[in-house]
Design a binder for this molecule. Sequence first.
Ligand SMILES: NC(=O)C1=CN([C@@H]2O[C@H](COP(=O)(O)OP(=O)(O)OC[C@H]3O[C@@H](n4cnc5c(N)ncnc54)[C@H](OP(=O)(O)O)[C@@H]3O)[C@@H](O)[C@H]2O)C=CC1
Ligand SMILES: CC(=O)N[C@@H](CCC(=O)OP(=O)(O)O)C(=O)O
Length: 314
Amino acid sequence: MAHRVYVDGQEGTTGLRLFDYLQARSDIELLRIDSDKRKDPAERARLLNAADVAFLCLPDAASRDAAAMVENPDTCLIDASTAFRTADDWVYGLPELAPGQRERIRASKRIANVGCHASAFVLLVRPLIDAGLLPPDYPFSAFSLTGYSGGGKQMIAAYEADQDGRLQAPRPYAMGQGHKHLPEMQLHGRLAAPPVFSPIVGPFLKGLSVSVPLQLGALPGIDAEQLLDAYRAHYADEPFVRILPFADDATLDGGAFDIQACNDTNRVDLVVFGNAERLTLVSRLDNLGKGAAGSAVQNMNVHLGLEDSVGLSV
Ligand SMILES: NC(=O)C1=CN([C@@H]2O[C@H](COP(=O)(O)OP(=O)(O)OC[C@H]3O[C@@H](n4cnc5c(N)ncnc54)[C@H](OP(=O)(O)O)[C@@H]3O)[C@@H](O)[C@H]2O)C=CC1
Ligand SMILES: CC(=O)N[C@@H](CCC(=O)OP(=O)(O)O)C(=O)O
C-alpha cells in the first residue's frame, strides 16, 4: 500500500522541490491541500493527521503550530525549519552523522531536517572530532557561499526583480554571529563553542559550499591524508557522500572550485585543500537538495525502511 504523504507549505521553495521528488513515485500517495486553504488551520490539521509522513516546509513559528496540531501517534513529521534541530525529543535528520543515526531516524516520529549551511559544516567536522583528530575546543571558523534560493520565496523574488544590479555582488550577512544555524553546528558538530561563521549569498539560484580553515601548527601530528582517511572510513557505505582526492586548487574543476557541481543531486562532495602548514576542509551541496528537500526525502526513505537513494540522484 502506498505511503500517504502531506507537504505543509507545498507552495514554498522547499515544498515545491519536495513535490518534484514525490510526484514521480508510485509508492507515495500525495495528500494535497487546495491552494486557497493552504493556511487554513482546520484543513491543515486534517491532512497532517491523515498522513503517514508529513513534511513541514514552513517558517519556524508555523512549524511549531503544525507540530502542535498532530494527534495521530502514527504520523511522522519531517520538519524543514530551524524550530526543532536541537530539541531533545526530535532526531537530527542527518543519517550520515554518526553510527546509530539511521536507526534513530527509523525509530522516531519527529525528525528535524538539517540546515543547509549546518549540514555542510557538520559533515566536515564531526567525523574528525569523533576520530580524535580535531579537539572539540579547536577555535573553529567557517565561510559559506550560498545561492539565493536559500532565502526562500522572498529572497528569490528580490534577486529576480533586481533592476539596478545591487544584488549582483556577493553579500556577507549574519556578521553579528547570530546566525540561526550556530546551535545545530555546535551541538551536532560536537564543538565546545560555536564557530565564527561567515555566510555569503551570491547572485545564483542554488549551490552551497562551506570552507573550514585549519592551522596545522595548532594541531601537532595532523596532516591531510589522516583527515581524508577518517572521512573515507566514516563515509565508506554512504551513497551520497563523495570524498575527492587531496587537492591543490590548480587541478580541481579547471582551477577554481565549482560550488554548483552537486546541483540537482542529493550528493555532497568533501575535499581537503592546502599544504603542510594550512588546510581548508571544503564541502559542496545543493542547498535545495542535500541541504533541504533531497535530505528530507532521504530521511523519509530511512524512516520507512527503504534504501536511502529511492527517488534521489547522486
Ligand atoms: N530554501 C532553502 O534552501 C532551505 C529552506 N529551509 C527551511 O525550510 C522552511 C521553508 O523554507 P522555504 O521553502 O525556503 O520558504 P518559502 O518562503 O519559500 O516558503 C514557505 C511556505 O510556507 C507557507 N506558509 C507560511 N506561513 C504559513 C502558515 N501559517 N500556514 C501554512 N503555510 C504557511 C508560505 O505560504 P505562501 O505561499 O503564502 O507564501 C510558503 O509557501 C523554512 O523553515 C526554511 O528555513 C531549510 C533548508 C534550506
Ligand atoms: C541565503 C539564505 O538566507 N540562506 C538561509 C539558510 C537556509 C536554510 O538552511 O534554511 P533554514 O532556515 O531551515 O535553516 C540563511 O542563511 O538563513
